[in-house]
Design a protein around this ligand. Structure first.
Ligand code: HEM
Length: 405
């Protein structure tokens, strides 16, 4: 890594080397080239925003937009995923007024008050999953606990069979790991098509026989005509499934890893379980589960950090880097579950601030608290050096986390 700004170096965001060394690379970038230009596999130029203050500026800037069709000379910006065009018209790739309309259709289901009503059920799910492994004295935290818990919750909210979760996992893993890589996107077309067929079948069933679930309510909104198009209906359910599958699993997995790496902090949390709220906020900051915010596009030339980001270029906010910026956080590489004024941006900021944040927080708190209460002598079962981060572009999450208790 160079020491000065004149030198240029290539960063491959898609490599496992990057994932393994990301926090050192972020440190260098924040110091030497905080608004750093890269070339994406699609050929677009992208700008990595690594400082906290610049990240806030970008996330709040309405000249930096989400819908690429408005700035790119192509009607197929997402290439292969967009071939069907069925899965891309969701709120996370829309700007106002479409974004406002789409978000307001589901906002109510995710308010802190609605989500609090799920507490008892989430606790029950956490206990059931731990009952299944308790006698074995060991588990893989990811597969046995962190993954199924949020999936069961989101499937129940949407009204889709949780038994199908292995299929969702395969589809959503495939799609997430192909993000921003046109070649990989082409390879995973069969999985994308299976996912679309599944959604088609589900929507048809709920159209025929509505139930008291989110999918039925969205199908109803679509049938009303002016609130939701059919494409938007598919994309909305797709987004909620993906968001429910790929994120909270990493909060729980990364959070447990962070505690295992910091035994004094783990001990403190066991002694003072009431610290769980600030502990989960710190886990979100320390190993941010969504490491890079989703694609944004400059709708005009933007000047930031002494650089000109030309109209049409991609802007990538590195949440994982902003959340370790020493200008904002004292001792940023230290896990401190009592950290005060922890204004991390792990859930983003501005109009696309995570819709599922209250749910994710509740799930994270219940999962970690239940696990520590039931398995207080939890220990890593492997050499820490053998743990691997999944080489996915947007997310930070472990392949597996074997523990004994
Ligand atoms: C720890 C878990 C989670 C984290 C760290 C997380 C993080 C994020 C972030 C960073 C964004 C903004 C992305 C951007 O601006 O580019 C976002 C948006 C979103 N998240 Fe989450 N998320 C989590 C869990 C969930 C859950 C459980 C759901 C619900 C199913 C959810 C639904 C959404 C939706 C729908 C959006 C788009 C909001 C919009 O465009 O207005 N998230 N999330």
């Amino acid at each position: 890594m160079p020491e000065s700004t004149d030198k240029v170096w290539e960063i491959n965001l898609f490599s496992s080397e990057f994932k393994e060394n990301a926090y050192q690379i972020y440190k260098q970038l924040r110091l030497n080239d905080p608004v750093h230009r890269i070339t994406m596999p699609s050929g677009h130029h992208g700008w990595l925003i690594t400082r906290y203050q610049d990240a806030l500026a970008v996330l709040k800037d309405d000249r930096i937009i989400k819908n690429p069709r408005k700035v790119l000379n192509t009607d197929k910006p997402n290439r292969v995923l967009a071939e069907s065009d069925l899965l891309t018209n969701h709120m996370l790739s829309s700007d106002p007024p479409d974004h406002t309309r789409l978000r307001s259709l589901v906002q109510k289901a995710f308010t802190p008050r609605m989500v609090e009503g799920l507490r008892g059920r989430i606790e029950e799910i956490a206990h059931t999953l731990l009952n299944d492994v308790q006698d074995k004295g060991k588990m893989n935290v990811i597969d046995d606990f962190a993954f199924p818990l949020p999936i069961i919750v989101i499937c129940e909210m949407l009204g889709i069979p949780a038994e199908d979760r292995d299929k969702f996992r395969e589809w959503s893993n495939a799609i997430i790991s192909a993000t921003n890589q046109p070649d990989k996107m082409r390879q995973i077309q069969p999985q994308v098509q299976e996912f679309i067929d599944y959604l088609h079948d589900l929507i048809t069933k709920r159209r025929q026989t509505p139930r008291d679930d989110l999918v039925s309510r969205l199908v109803h909104a679509e049938s009303e005509g002016d609130q939701l198009t059919e494409k938007e209906l598919f994309a909305m359910i797709f987004l909620l499934i993906i968001a429910g599958h790929e994120t909270t699993v990493n909060l729980i997995g990364n959070g447990i890893l962070a505690l295992l790496e910091h035994p004094a902090q783990m001990e403190k949390l066991k002694q003072q379980p009431e610290l769980i709220h600030s502990a989960v906020e710190e886990m979100l900051r320390y190993y941010s589960p969504v490491e890079i915010a989703t694609n944004r596009w400059a709708s005009e030339d933007i000047f930031l950090g002494g650089k000109k980001i030309p109209k049409g270029d991609m802007v990538l906010v590195m949440l994982g880097s902003a959340n370790r910026d020493p200008e904002q956080f004292a001792n940023p590489d230290q896990l401190d579950i009592t950290r005060e004024n922890n204004r991390h941006i792990a859930f983003g900021l501005g109009i696309h601030y995570c819709l599922g944040a209250p749910l994710a927080r509740l799930e994270g708190e219940i999962a970690i608290q239940t696990l520590l209460a039931r398995m207080p002598d939890i220990q890593l079962a492997v050499n820490p050096a053998t743990l691997k981060w999944r080489p996915t572009f947007l997310m930070r999450g472990l392949e597996e986390l074997p523990v004994t208790f």
